[in-house]
Design a binder for this molecule. Structure first.
Ligand code: HEC
Length: 189
């Protein structure tokens, strides 16, 4: 084999190798589905990484006075549309399926004289201070059956803390002598 023959031979092998390589790359381009750089769905989350966890705990973490500080009566009136089928809110309003709610803030639990409360609610009148404080109302309306197991208030509850806070502002306004919101505790340092 002279050097010319050898070059031809080597050239042929080289060409074959390059061609195979080329087809391989091309095939990969054609048949491999393109994956996004990061697998999964992009979800905008707050910095810190554990936003989901923080949201789940928000009810416990955010203090009631802090929530109430930005509560809004008009928003609360809208939220209260979920209650009007069973409750009246106006001054002198009658009992419906549930007791009249005008002036409920600061009122004793289960104290509307002509309303037939469930035994569970009557028993609850002796617990949690016996008064509809903002804190008690907040927790009752968030999850009635959890706060007063056995209550006959057939309502799933309002989970969103901001909606509950708005509702508190609305209930506060429905009174001849509105009960002030609780003060935020001084920050501990
Ligand atoms: C399906 C009817 C129904 C709906 C809807 C409903 N409630 Fe009630 N609610 C009742 C009944 C019935 C009771 C009495 C519960 C008992 O005796 O166990 C009650 C009791 C209450 C009490 C206790 C009052 C007291 O005198 O001790 C409050 C406060 C209250 N409801 C607020 C609300 C609010 C606020 C909403 C709307 C977010 C709402 N309820 C929605 C039926 C309802």
């Amino acid at each position: 084999m002279d050097s010319f023959e050898f070059n031809k031979f080597a050239g042929a092998i080289l060409f074959t190798l390059l061609a195979t390589l080329g087809v391989g790359i091309l095939a990969e381009e054609l048949f491999t589905p393109h994956h996004p750089e990061k697998p999964g769905y992009e979800v905008a989350v707050a910095e810190g990484g554990d936003a989901g966890e923080a949201e789940a705990e928000v009810e416990e973490v955010v203090e009631l006075p802090v929530l109430l500080a930005s509560a809004d009566i008009a928003g609360g009136e809208k939220v209260a549309k979920k209650c009007v089928a069973c409750h009246s809110f106006e001054d002198g309003g009658a009992n419906k399926v549930g007791p009249a709610l005008y002036g409920v803030v600061g009122r004793d639990i289960a104290s509307v004289p002509d309303f037939a409360y469930s035994d569970a609610m009557k028993e609850h009148a002796n617990a949690d201070g016996g008064t509809w404080t903002y804190d008690n109302l907040f927790h009752f309306i968030a999850d009635p059956k959890k706060f007063v197991p056995g209550t006959k208030m057939a309502f799933a509850g309002i989970r969103k803390p901001a909606d509950l806070a708005d509702l508190m502002a609305y209930l506060q306004s429905l009174s001849d002598s509105p009960v002030p919101f609780p003060e935020a505790a001084a920050p501990t340092q």
